[in-house]
Design a protein. Structure first.
Ligand code: GP9
Ligand code: MN
Length: 620
């Protein structure tokens, strides 16, 4: 009042600035966000601000006590949201989405992993909120807790709106189609910020719920034309090569191709697989295409030859959809179908989804004798798991399709001393160090399993398919990975590291390495053709790996790989030089990659397969 100039800082503004600077610091320290130019850096810097002004800014409509309570609470909640993203990012190099939060049935099993990911020092992430809390109790004229007058409040919110539009405008110029056709969450967060990303995510959540209700069969016709046009005839020699034989498919937890044929501390990492590959078909350019649904995403790809979703796990979000699964097609053709995985049946909502896929039997936790001795980390050890599984195989009607999922080589890669067949690696990343012995352990489990199959007379009557489900070592461990590989981990190298092994063993066939660029999307048509089942009429995005000629694979974040180029994070790389190259080399495939993902998404969000075979009726 009067003429005395008020030099105090407003409490609300202080909270906003602290949160803003903290968020930017976390971006720089905790999130590995690729910045290519000054404009991108600028966008990154300003992007938390509009959201914080909108939310924390509500405090300006209150005074004193009410304002303090509101601002302190809002600061803690916002800090917690940021911190939760930090923790999730530590393991998954990705940001949280709403569907992930509803997957609570997975939480119990995640406990061992979360313990590895949080520490007491993390209190630092709440420093600003704690400071704000402390200041709320301090009586000083330097901080004002007044309510804003109408003009002040209007100006404040006008600036917040202006800033939000300015931010969005800059981002759209940097990245056209940002909010409509971006499959890479890092690019989204880089542009609109981590908080706005949650708002956008909430919008997507509402939109996808409406999409099913609004869908009709005509949408499917366009997609069907697209997938039919891509159809590849199966090769004559391979079609039916496994007819009448059992099909054993093993999903190998967290195993990437970079360990195959390699050594650590001078010791072989996968001695058994290296031998097994010699008399199998080995695909060395085969990529995983999973996202937040991890193992379950790879299962989804295998069953349907559809892409999993860009956000959340389709096993949870769309378990009620109509699908034409691999299991269903095999069952129609007289196969007995079973899943074997020694974990809670509800993990990843598997029990519901397997039912939907039409499996005859799911051998889960109660079907195994699991105790302290034969468990480590996430549960039953692979050697025991295979050992007990052979008993189940013996009981099954023949021919059977048996799908196994291993578990021991799972983050945080724990192992009992007696199971360490090779030494840990020595790098700053404990995760990477422990990874090698656990991969080696699963390799041993395979050896014993194959011996068992031979002893039981099942080996000669079965084709055996082994594939890696997804990466085990996230980008969080790039420095140590660089040490192991002896080269810098550029986005190009990261993309190449998304290769997982695929091994197809057919009795009587000689070994051969096939280097066509391919992915998990191709498993369904390949397996069905081997079993002599034609898939010409099926809506699927993959091709038979034994006849596929086009070297092309799309990853779930929109990256793609051909025989010549790698496209990732908006940059085109030449495979020969491993360096960025002109965009023209990638241009011809960009639209194709986007179409693949968005057609597949349309099928899932619209539950379009429920109209399959009924489109004509609809059109009349
Ligand atoms: C759990 C196992 C691991 O049953 O499949 O799942 P992940 O965390 O790899 O998706
Ligand atoms: Mn997995």
């Amino acid at each position: 009042m009067g003429t005395k100039k008020n030099k105090s800082i407003h409490f609300v503004l202080l909270a906003i600035v602290l949160l803003w600077l903290k968020t930017y610091t976390v971006y720089k320290i905790n999130f590995d966000i690729d910045i290519e130019n000054k404009l991108q850096e600028f966008i990154l810097f300003i992007n938390p601000l509009s959201f914080l002004m909108f939310i924390i800014g509500i405090g300006i409509f209150m005074a004193n006590r009410k304002q303090k309570i509101f601002v302190v609470t809002a600061s803690f909640i916002t800090s917690f949201v940021l911190y939760a993203n930090v923790v999730y990012y530590r393991e998954f190099s990705d940001f949280i989405t709403i569907p992930l939060l509803t997957q609570t049935s997975n939480m119990g099993d995640l406990k061992s992993s979360v313990g590895e990911l949080v520490s007491w020092a993390d209190i630092l992430y709440f420093m600003d909120a704690l400071l704000i809390l402390a200041l709320a109790f301090v009586k000083t004229p330097k901080i004002s807790f007044k309510k804003y007058r109408n003009v002040g409040a209007a100006a404040f919110y006008f600036s917040a709106f202006g800033l939000a539009f300015f931010n969005l405008g800059l981002s759209e110029s940097e990245r056209p189609e940002l909010l409509t056709r971006t499959f890479d969450r890092e690019i989204l967060v880089k542009n609109i910020g981590t908080y706005n990303h949650h708002i956008y995510d909430a919008y997507l959540q509402t939109k996808t719920t409406a999409q099913r209700a609004l869908a009709d069969g005509n949408q499917l016709t366009e997609i069907e034309n697209y997938t039919r046009a891509q159809y590849t005839e199966p090769s004559k020699e391979m079609f039916g090569a496994a007819k009448g034989k059992n099909i054993i498919v093993i999903s190998m937890e967290s195993t990437q191709s970079f360990v195959i044929g390699q050594k650590v501390n001078g010791q072989e990492i996968t001695p058994f697989l290296n031998e097994f590959i010699k008399d199998s078909y080995y695909f060395d350019n085969f990529y995983h295409q999973t996202a937040q649904g991890k193992t379950s995403d790879s299962e989804f790809l295998l069953e349907n030859s559809l892409y999993p979703l860009g956000r959340g796990a389709v096993f949870f979000t769309h378990s009620g959809n109509e699908y034409v699964s691999l299991a269903e097609r095999l069952k129609e053709n007289a196969y007995y179908t079973a899943k074997l995985h020694a974990n809670n049946k509800s993990f990843w909502n598997r029990d519901v989804m397997y039912n939907n896929f039409g499996y005859d039997r799911f051998y889960s936790l109660p079907d195994y004798e699991v105790n302290e001795e034969n468990s480590v980390g996430w549960g039953m050890k692979d050697i025991e798991f295979f050992d007990q599984s052979v008993e189940h195989l013996k009981d099954m009607p023949k021919p059977f399709f048996a799908k196994f999922i291993t578990l021991t080589n799972h983050f945080p890669f724990e192992l009992d001393e007696e199971d360490k067949f090779i030494d840990e690696y020595d790098s700053p990343s404990g995760t990477l160090n422990r990874y090698f012995p656990t991969v080696r352990y699963t390799d041993e489990a395979f050896k014993l399993f194959i011996e068992d199959l031979k002893a039981e007379g099942l080996y000669e009557d079965s084709i055996i398919v082994i594939y890696g489900d997804h990466y085990g070592i996230s980008e969080n461990h790039n420095r140590s990975m660089a040490q192991y590989l002896g080269k810098e981990i550029t986005p190009f190298v990261s993309t190449q590291l998304q290769r997982v092994p695929l091994i197809v063993h057919i009795p009587g066939h000689e070994g051969k390495t096939i280097s066509t660029v391919s992915g998990q999307i191709d498993l369904r048509p390949t397996l069905l053709n081997l079993a002599g089942i034609d898939t010409k009429q099926d809506i699927q995005f993959g091709s038979d790996l034994f006849s596929k000629k086009d070297n092309f694979v799309v990853l779930r974040d929109g990256s793609f790989i051909t025989d010549k180029v790698v496209y990732t994070k908006g940059t085109c790389y030449d495979k020969a030089t491993e360096e960025p190259t002109e965009m023209a080399s990638c241009e011809p495939y960009i639209e194709h990659a986007k179409n693949e993902l968005s057609y597949s998404d349309q099928i899932i969000y619209g539950d379009l397969l429920r109209f399959y075979g009924k489109e004509e009726e609809q059109q009349e």
